[in-house]
Design a protein around this ligand. Structure first.
Ligand code: SF4
Length: 290
């Protein structure tokens, strides 16, 4: 089978950076052990298992600060903040308890967190377009002093009650569908014409989304590799599926159903930012040999 692999498939710069930092500190005798990651470093079970094997622990974090306050104790030597970032409270809790923090927040996420901080100081009402329960969005919300409004869909724009006489700024989750963000932002700006918009979907996400449209149009079948919890992988799947109904979301090779490729001549493969190369290569090789 002819296979076209996305130019951008696999770990994005932010995830790669976080993974490399964690690998490095696991071997560094100056870093206080045990090292524990706050949540999943990467939304991929294989990667999480690899990290476990090099002695890195994990504590679950669903955004509940009170719960995590009890769970972070001096049994942790070093706490790792993932590429998604977190709000300021966790840094304060760790400091209070004398726990070292290694912050692997992606610089592109930090940029959005800073925008939230700066606009808060300037007296703006902040709107974040993104998923309310997503770790990155909760972190940005934290940096807005929890004052930002989070909008998940167009219907929520109707429910927004902002003061029209005050300044308004709109920012977005870095891994959202770029066109969807523009659409929601346009609805907000229509309701509040003075609102300023910053589409903060990151370039890596934008490139993957533009490319997957071509991949989906030019292949008989499409595979989007990613974890069900990965926001950017889900967005890639939705975009590809809208172009090509023979699009399938898989996390690993065993998820592929042979009936999906029977009678097909070409396959397009893309992957979310948290999919490791070893999983992508295995799938590509399997399809090529089919
Ligand atoms: S998807 Fe973009 S913002 Fe998120 S970690 Fe990767 S590079 Fe950073």
């Amino acid at each position: 089978m002819k296979v076209t692999l996305s130019e951008y498939a696999g770990f994005c710069d932010g995830v790669k950076r976080a993974y490399d930092i964690v690998e490095k500190i696991s071997k560094d005798s100056d870093v206080k052990k045990p090292v524990v990651v706050l949540g999943s470093l990467v939304h991929n079970t294989d990667v999480v298992n690899r990290i476990k094997k090099i002695g890195i622990g994990k504590i679950d974090f669903d955004g509940d600060i009170e719960k995590i306050k009890k769970e972070i104790d001096d049994n942790i030597g070093t706490l790792v903040v993932t590429a998604h970032g977190i709000g300021p409270e966790i840094f304060d809790i760790a400091k209070e308890k004398g726990i070292d923090v290694v912050d692997t927040t992606c610089p592109k996420v930090i940029k959005v967190q800073r925008l939230a901080q700066v606009f808060l100081k300037r007296g703006y009402q902040i709107v974040i377009i993104g998923e309310k329960k997503h770790k990155e969005v909760q972190g940005i919300h934290g940096w807005s002093n929890k004052k930002a409004f989070i909008v998940e869909g167009k219907d929520e724009v109707d429910e927004l009650k902002l003061d029209e006489n005050e300044k308004i700024v709109v920012i977005s989750q870095t891994t959202q569908n770029k066109d969807w963000v523009d659409e929601i932002a346009a609805a907000i700006c229509k309701k509040y014409p003075k609102a300023k918009m910053y589409n903060t979907v990151c370039d890596t996400t934008k490139n993957r989304q533009s490319e997957v449209v071509d991949i989906a149009r030019n292949n008989d079948v499409v595979f989007v590799i990613g974890s069900p919890e990965s926001s950017n992988s889900n967005r890639l799947y939705e975009i590809a599926k809208a172009e090509n109904p023979n699009t399938h979301f898989v996390e690993r090779i065993n998820d592929i159903n042979e009936s999906w490729i029977e009678g097909k001549n070409s396959a397009g493969v893309t992957a979310g930012a948290s999919s490791p190369n070893w999983v992508i290569n295995e799938i590509v090789e399997y399809l090529k040999k089919y």
